[in-house]
Design a protein around this ligand. Structure first.
Ligand code: NAD
Length: 474
């Protein structure tokens, strides 16, 4: 299967295919050329999608959780069965190596099944002669969901699975850079979900704004950048829509002085460079003690020089291109800025000549806080390594940011590392690892990295309203 064999990509509204009068081109980042078109949803079509989700919500869907669990299992099976096509499309529009695209598709089914089988504990608050009180969890209604271009399928699933399990219905919009795999997933799920339960539309950021200001949805959920998160929160405020925001990060990794550099180097490197560094919770800055600083820089530079960079569709590729031109230009600019400020290029350092948005895996040494690539979220294959003197200084520099998504501490001594980790202001802290995710692990950003929680039982509750049912006996 190649991505090109799927020639027509349609939206899914009310369980039916829907084409649009206008389309927009989708670029393969390995070539820089348009390879397919996606429908550009009109306002009237968005209204139809919202109304269809509303009808489905008001029907039987929210009444029978058993049926919803079965539907999620069927959805997982349907996605698994389409893995070849979904993965080929994902690689073509996103750029990631095919085996990573397959892993992403496979994780969709895992997540759907995890939520399908989630046991939700009964919450009894009072049971005595005066009364019986318990908490019930009610669905919120129609959810408007917006996703980014780095992991379109799994990040959508982190929303679809808990929202549907709770009895909500959804209108989902992927990023205009990567609409096709999500449209395909909508198509695949038409036969297993009741009409209107999951609508998939595609278009630009303006379509996202129409969705967040639309009167029908009562919940907005976004995975995206901090500036978009703030706009979505403002849109939610107008009529008090509920909101979940999974936003950007600038995750620090702090190495302690006893770390085994050679043993840790591969994992350190790949938790920064997987998906070409385009992971919200990738390592984005490393703090290394002065005593071992040079060995850390050299170990990472050595890994960077050996990476096979290329078209993700080609067997053996370990790292694909950046997803899009603005991101490619941003990384080029941040690296040039660091170098002009005195950073030493230990590996890589610039774009790769030729077509496509390829950038050499880059390790920057002798950089400090205050340089843009340290202070901002780079979201690409360039990693600053920063020397530190005292551990207190490293912790305070790690926390000195408006981001608070993830962080990690690396040491031979797990307890010591965990003690340092507990001082990081981040929603997730990993010890001797980084960027481990799963449906069972609640994921939330502190500070500007987000609002609310995704995944785990907390992530299920995020798609519910509580209702206290009090039976008076007094
Ligand atoms: P983005 O914020 O530009 O876009 C995300 C989605 O929001 C897209 O579908 C886009 O069309 C839509 N959108 C844009 N402007 C909008 C508006 N005003 N109103 C409504 N919708 C709008 O983000 P991106 O560039 O696609 O993704 C990269 C960012 O996502 C990075 O900052 C990354 O860290 C973050 N991210 C966070 C997580 C997480 O779980 N915390 C995961 C992956 C990516």
């Amino acid at each position: 299967v190649t991505a090109q064999t799927v020639t027509e990509h349609t939206m899914t509204v009310n369980g039916q295919p829907l084409a649009a009068a206008q389309t927009f081109g989708v670029i393969n980042p390995a070539t820089g050329a348009v390879f397919a078109d996606a429908p550009d949803c009109s306002r009237e079509q968005l209204d139809a999608a919202m109304e269809s989700a509303q009808r489905a919500f008001l029907g039987d869907w929210r009444r029978d959780q058993g049926a919803r669990r079965k539907a999620l299992h069927a959805a997982a099976d349907a996605v698994d069965a389409d893995i070849d096509t979904l993965a080929a499309i994902l690689t073509a529009e996103q750029g990631k190596p095919l085996r990573d695209a397959r892993a992403e598709v496979a994780s969709v089914g895992v997540c759907m099944r995890w939520f399908a089988d989630l046991e939700i504990p009964r919450e009894v608050l009072q049971d005595d002669e005066k009364g019986f009180a318990e908490v019930l969890r009610k669905p919120q209604g129609v959810v408007a969901a917006l996703t980014p271009w780095n992991y379109p399928l799994i990040l959508a699933t982190y929303k679809i699975a808990p929202a549907l399990l709770a009895g909500n219905t959804m209108v989902l919009k992927p990023s205009p850079f990567t609409p096709l795999a999500t449209l395909r997933m909508g198509e695949v799920l038409r036969s297993v979900l009741p009409a209107g339960v999951l609508n998939v539309v595609s278009g630009g950021d303006d379509l996202g704004e129409w969705m967040t200001s639309h009167p029908i949805p009562s919940k907005l959920t976004l995975t995206g950048s901090v500036p978009t998160g703030k706009k979505v929160a403002l849109a939610a405020a107008r009529d008090l829509k509920r909101v979940t925001l999974e936003l950007g990060g600038n995750d620090p990794a702090i190495l302690l002085d006893d770390v085994d550099v050679d043993a840790a180097a591969d994992l350190l490197f790949w938790t920064a460079f997987t998906n070409t560094g385009q992971i919200c919770s990738a390592i984005k800055r490393i703090y290394a003690p002065e005593r071992i600083y040079e060995s850390v820089v050299e170990a990472l530079a050595d890994r960077a020089r050996r990476v096979r960079v290329g078209d993700g569709a080609v067997e053996g590729t370990e790292m694909g291109p950046l997803n899009n031109r603005p991101q490619f230009e941003r990384i080029s600019e941040l690296v040039a800025d660091a170098v002009s400020g005195g950073a030493r290029v230990a590996a890589g350092g610039g774009p790769r000549p030729g077509p496509g948005y390829f950038f050499e895996p880059t390790i920057l040494a002798d950089v400090e806080d205050g340089v843009r690539i340290v202070d901002e979220e780079q979201f690409g294959p360039a990693l600053p390594v920063i020397p530190y003197g005292s551990l207190d200084e490293a912790v305070s520099r790690a926390n000195h940011t408006t981001f608070g998504l993830g962080g990690s501490v690396w040491s031979r001594d797990e307890e010591r590392a965990a003690a340092v980790g507990s001082r990081l202001d981040a929603g997730t802290v990993w010890i001797n690892g980084h960027a481990v995710f799963g449906a069972h692990l609640p994921f939330a950003g502190m500070k500007w990295s987000g609002l609310g929680v995704e995944n785990g039982t907390f992530g299920y509750y995020a798609y519910t309203e509580i209702q206290v049912l009090y039976r008076n006996r007094g």
